[in-house]
Write a protein that binds this ligand. Structure first.
Ligand SMILES: Cc1ncc(COP(=O)(O)O)c(C=O)c1O
Length: 452
């Protein structure tokens, strides 16, 4: 009797959630996913859109890394001019417009302190096209090799790219292998000589860890030992806000693998650092040596054995025949202004760091813990993402419960992380006016589940 009364009370309490319990439950059931923790970013987006539409309630949306800031007028003006100049009716050259190639080359010199000739600086349709192109070329340089090693956690779409291409890939969660331990772990994957490329993002999506200089050196040394091409994904360029990497030609510079090996390609997205996601324009910087390198096995697929040539005139050609003119000119204007010290890209995006600082505190004050929380002992930066867990819950359970509390996120298990208890929180859509709602929902959540 007492037990059933208690049970009844619990159910009534749980049903009294910030978002209508029955609607959320039905919508989750309609996904037909046995574990909501396996839902992709886009599946969560759809689910939450539907609940919002039916209930009229707004979520604290932390599932998708949409830039929450405006594009600079500098880029808009340059795009408009390109349009007015009649460029929309003309094909753009596949390798990119020369002014943009020059500015990308200057940009990597000014902000990474590395030399890459304009010929290896190539615009792509978002940096996601860059990774697709690289899998298609790097993973075909040697007939005896078969794919990519991902240093996880990571961005799931890049593994999807390998899957749709039918390429093999391997991955491991770097959580327990920071510092010198990384060397043996990498060796264990590369020693059979089967991997063509290594990919990681730095700062990392989703964990926001950043490799230290000594870790980058280790990755480079092991890659050179096994002749593996390193794809360094700088999707969050300059966004490790612990240091200011935004002054052209002045240290500190954004850390990069390019300091330690010639076997690299950098993917530099403009989506987050320049709030330029919608126009789908990114950049690739191929090391001068790698650009010129010849791999006879490429001839199985391409007209030449040249790495750089196969990237541009075979693969980028086959995929999209280059990048539209107007975003190329918009990006050129932005890079030029940044290179000349007239546009500080960091100032605008620092907002993400401010949001993360407040939001992390709200979570920590309400019983949550950070999952990935240090770089070889140093506290992580406040930035675009952070990772959280709640005692006694798996990531899938936490995500499901959050949906009733008007908060959305993605489970770390979908990113190659072994930390199955964790969620990734993205700060980009949570502006200051939403902090108090987040706080009240987290308080209600903690009151319900802390057992206090
Ligand atoms: C790690 C990582 N790489 C690549 C991308 C894709 O960037 P783009 O918009 O330039 O295609 C993202 C976007 O979220 C990302 O997080």
């Amino acid at each position: 009797m007492l037990f059933s009364a208690l049970l009844l009370k619990k159910i009534t309490m749980i049903k009294n959630t910030p978002i209508n319990f029955d609607v959320v439950k039905r919508k989750i059931e309609e996904t037909n996913l046995p574990d909501i923790g396996n839902a992709s970013i886009r599946e969560i987006v759809r689910l939450v859109n539907e609940v919002e539409a039916e209930t009229g309630e707004q979520y604290i949306r932390m599932e998708m890394g949409v830039p929450g800031l405006d594009l600079s007028e500098i880029a808009k003006k340059a795009e408009k001019k390109a349009l007015d100049d009649g460029l929309a009716s003309k094909y753009a050259m596949i390798e990119g417009v020369p002014v943009l190639k020059e500015e990308i080359s200057r940009f990597v010199k000014m902000f990474l302190d590395i030399d890459v000739k304009p010929q290896g600086c190539v615009p792509t349709v978002g940096s996601l096209q860059g990774s697709m192109i690289l899998f298609l070329v790097a993973n075909r340089t040697d007939a005896s090799k078969e794919g990519t090693l991902f240093i996880d956690p990571g961005f799931p779409v890049q593994k999807l790219q390998c899957q749709v291409l039918g390429h093999q890939y391997k991955s491991f969660d770097v959580f327990d292998y920071r510092g010198e331990k990384l060397r043996d772990k990498l060796e264990s994957f590369l020693k059979d000589g089967k991997m063509s490329s290594i990919l990681y993002s730095n700062p990392n999506n989703p964990s926001w860890i950043s490799f230290t200089e000594s870790e980058l050196k280790i990755i480079a040394e092991v890659a050179d030992k096994y002749d593996v091409i390193v794809i360094e994904d700088l999707a969050y360029f300059g966004m490790d806000f612990r240091k200011d990497y935004s002054h052209p030609g002045e240290a500190p510079f954004q850390p990069t693998i390019a300091k330690y090996t010639d076997n690299y390609v950098l993917l530099i997205s403009s989506s987050k650092s320049f709030s330029y996601a919608g126009q789908r324009v990114g950049m690739m910087a191929i090391s001068d040596k790698l650009f010129q390198r010849k791999y006879s096995d490429l001839k199985r697929f391409y007209s030449t054995d040249g790495f750089g040539y196969s990237i541009i005139y075979n693969t980028l050609y086959a995929l999209s025949s280059g990048v539209p003119h107007t975003p190329q000119y918009g990006l050129t204007a932005l890079l030029k202004a940044a290179n000349n010290g007239e546009f500080n890209f960091r100032e605008g995006i620092l907002e993400y760091g401010k949001r993360a600082k407040v939001m992390k505190k709200l979570f920590l004050d309400n019983g949550f813990k950070l999952v990935y929380d240090n770089d070889e002992g140093a506290e992580l930066a406040d930035g675009f993402y952070f990772t959280i867990s709640y005692p006694g819950m798996t990531g899938g359970e936490l995500l499901e419960k959050f949906l009733y509390y008007g908060i959305s996120a993605i489970a770390l298990q979908t990113t190659g992380s072994d930390r199955t208890e964790g969620l990734r929180a993205c700060v980009s859509q949570t502006s200051e006016d939403k902090y108090s709602i987040l706080e009240s929902r987290l308080k209600a959540f903690n009151k319900e589940f802390s057992g206090k």
